[in-house]
Write a protein that binds this ligand. Structure first.
Ligand SMILES: NC(=O)C1=CN([C@@H]2O[C@H](COP(=O)(O)OP(=O)(O)OC[C@H]3O[C@@H](n4cnc5c(N)ncnc54)[C@H](O)[C@@H]3O)[C@@H](O)[C@H]2O)C=CC1
Ligand SMILES: CCCCCC(=O)O
Length: 456
């Protein structure tokens, strides 16, 4: 697995990074495990939290540099890279300010005696992360586990090594001891060996079902806990009483942000028949206004996909969808010339026997479905192997809440796109994975919730 920086806006190779050897991995494991058995990990959380405050300040002070590295390495619009960098500082600050309370002992009233649950780190955690939010995916693991006292070995996606290395340097510069966060340019086989190692107690993966299934199986084989943040095929439901202008505006962003390469992007637009024609007309008009170009150019509104491979996959999916009866309402082709650009695309009339119906399109491709009523909307929303996020647009909040409760996903946002924030849990069900990241739920995924009882 070659770790290299290729700018997807022009497919030019910028830098290749040497992979880490087995000896490097052993050294990293030794250092991380020693740190776990030290006062730093087992002692007071008060010693660890200042690192997160310092990290947040460092990120804020370097935001422009960090944003540019991400945009050049995976094609995210520069403004969206800035937003991701800002979000990372917020996550670091959130855990710096709240982790002590999240991990404070919790009393359990019992007739048997005085009882409480303590929260202790479990040890070294292996993190395996994707390229689409090259800093956020790392911070979602680093912040809670550093606060809790779990050292982390991190394997990032092979196309974002500059982001991976920069993040690791920032963590050390913020005062984290060696071993708290170790970036490894390693292969899948080396990941498997690390997960199998007795010094590792858990694995956190964000990425595809395929990778999740393999890594979770490796963890399970060695009786280690894992968390999985996998793909999604999230719905964006527009009911007949929705604010249509708002639904269109947010719906365009929900599909095109990060060139559609977001696990919680709106992928299946389920529109009430009473407003379907209006919605499609306005939505199509908005897609026609899109400016494809260099993600570093502030006027660009749709950047490239992350790689040539990603574009090839999406092109095949769109062609297959049309071959199986879908209507190509707008777009549908890779953009000729340099870079891995793909047109903003709208598909309609996708029948259930079309492969596209169950597939995640990791790119700027919106699928439009028309329904007669709320029950049909819920039935269609839940007719999916995935269960990550989802959005419901209606002016009737009680109606939207009722639908949100029926949609089988880990998250539903009303009158907004599926978003994320440090204080809100993030995760899914079904083939979108299990476990939660962020909030008080995320920090407890890799801690020992230990019961202590003083028997009366
Ligand atoms: N739920 C989420 O937040 C996200 C989900 N995804 C999903 O992942 C897909 C593509 O993103 P990619 O980064 O290409 O996903 P991917 O699953 O190919 O890679 C994710 C990470 O897993 C690693 N990996 C892959 N196979 C592995 C194996 N057998 N053993 C150990 N590590 C392995 C990769 O090197 C990378 O670091 C998308 O289709 C999307 O569904 C991607 C980004 C975010
Ligand atoms: C801003 C929403 C974050 C989505 C996380 C993901 O796609 O991995």
């Amino acid at each position: 697995m070659a770790y290299q920086t290729v700018n997807p806006a022009n497919n030019k190779l910028i830098k290749e990074y040497a992979s880490h050897t087995d000896a490097d991995v052993e050294a990293a494991l030794k250092t991380a495990d020693a740190l776990y058995h030290s006062e730093w990990a087992k002692g007071s959380i008060d010693k660890r939290l200042p690192v997160l405050h310092k990290l947040a300040d460092l990120i804020d002070s370097r935001s422009e540099e960090l944003a540019k590295i991400a945009s050049v390495e995976m094609g995210k619009l520069i403004e969206q890279s800035r937003a991701e960098v800002k979000l990372c500082a917020q996550i670091a600050r959130y855990y710096a300010d709240n982790a002590k309370q999240h991990l404070a002992p919790v009393k359990y009233p019992s007739e048997l005696g005085e009882a409480w649950v303590e929260h202790h780190p479990i040890g070294v955690v292996m993190a395996v992360e994707p390229w689409n939010f090259p800093y956020y995916q790392l911070m979602r693991v680093l912040a809670p586990n550093l606060a809790a006292g779990n050292p982390v070995l991190a394997k990032h996606a092979s196309i974002v090594p500059h982001c991976a290395e920069t993040f690791a340097h920032l963590v050390r510069e913020a005062g984290a001891p060696e071993g708290a966060w170790t970036n490894l340019f390693i292969s899948s086989d080396q990941v498997a060996k690390i997960i199998a190692d007795d010094r590792v107690q858990g694995a956190a993966l964000t990425g595809s079902e395929k990778a999740g299934s393999v890594v979770a199986a490796q963890a399970a084989k060695h009786l280690k806990k894992s968390t999985l943040e996998l793909g999604g095929n999230d719905v964006f439901v527009v009911l007949d009483d929705a604010d249509l202008e708002k639904a269109v505006k947010i719906g365009v962003n929900a599909r095109l942000a990060n060139a559609g390469q977001v696990c919680t992007a709106a992928k299946r637009f389920i529109v009430h028949e009473k407003v379907a024609e209006q919605f499609l007309t306005k939505y199509t008009e908005a897609f026609k206004q899109v400016k494809i170009g260099d993600p570093l150019d502030a006027s660009t509104t749709l950047g490239p996909l992350s790689s040539k491979d990603a574009r090839e996959t999406l092109t095949k999916q769109v062609n297959e969808a049309v071959k199986n009866g879908a209507t190509l309402h707008y777009g549908g082709k890779p953009v000729a010339g340099e870079g891995s650009f793909f047109e903003p695309t709208i598909l309609t009339h996708i029948s259930r026997d079309n492969p596209a119906y169950f597939e995640e399109f990791f790119g700027p491709v919106a699928q439009i479905y028309v329904v007669k009523n709320d029950d049909e909307a819920v039935k269609l929303a839940n007719d999916s192997h995935y269960g990550l996020g989802g959005a419901v647009f209606s002016k009737d909040i009680e109606r939207a809440k009722k639908m949100a409760s029926k949609i089988e996903t880990g998250m539903v946002w009303i009158n907004w796109l599926t978003d994320t924030a440090a204080e809100l849990p993030f995760g899914g069900v079904k083939r979108s994975g299990y476990g939660r990241e962020l909030s008080d739920l995320g920090i407890k995924e890799f801690v020992n919730q230990k019961l202590v009882v003083i028997r009366r």
